[in-house]
Design a protein around this ligand. Structure first.
Ligand code: ZN
Length: 147
């Protein structure tokens, strides 16, 4: 377990320092805002869908290390996925973050987010980007809140 914990901290810190796919996506055709009032995390997610495939995804906003790292990891994982695959990924990550007994699915690098379990107050920081994704894919432009 020690190594997963170290990996978790390393990956979170790295993605917080150098968030991947950070900034506005000018030709996005889906977009949503997310807000986590408990921590003050805010993010805007930009998704470009070509047919059913995510060909572009970026995020902007301001939040704690965990919300930023989770959004950064998410954008990396989403590129090239179909809407259906993205929704399956949402379900898998959400289950992993909120239910310790959830069956382990193969979600690659996103597995490090399981480390958030050690900081229950931070689960909403980690799920924020994912809820925002769901809202963007459903074409709901309203702001989602974790509360
Ligand atoms: Zn946070």
């Amino acid at each position: 377990m020690e190594s997963l914990r170290e990996l978790y901290q390393e990956v979170i810190l790295d993605h917080n320092r150098k968030p991947r796919n950070f900034g506005k996506l000018d030709d996005a055709n889906c977009c949503a805002n997310g807000y986590n009032p408990l921590c003050g995390d805010e993010l805007t997610l930009y998704v470009k869908l070509a047919g059913d495939t995510i060909t572009g995804v970026r995020f902007s906003g301001k939040g704690c290390a965990i919300s930023t790292a989770s959004a950064s990891l998410m954008t990396e994982a989403l590129l090239g996925k179909t809407k259906t695959q993205a929704e399956a990924l949402f379900e898998a990550v959400h289950a992993m973050l909120t239910d310790a007994k959830a069956p382990v699915t193969d979600i690659g690098k996103l597995q490090v987010l399981a480390g958030v379990h050690e900081f229950p107050a931070r689960v909403k920081c980690a799920t924020l980007a994912w809820h925002t994704l769901k809202s963007a894919l459903c074409n709901q432009s309203a702001t989602v809140s974790t509360e």
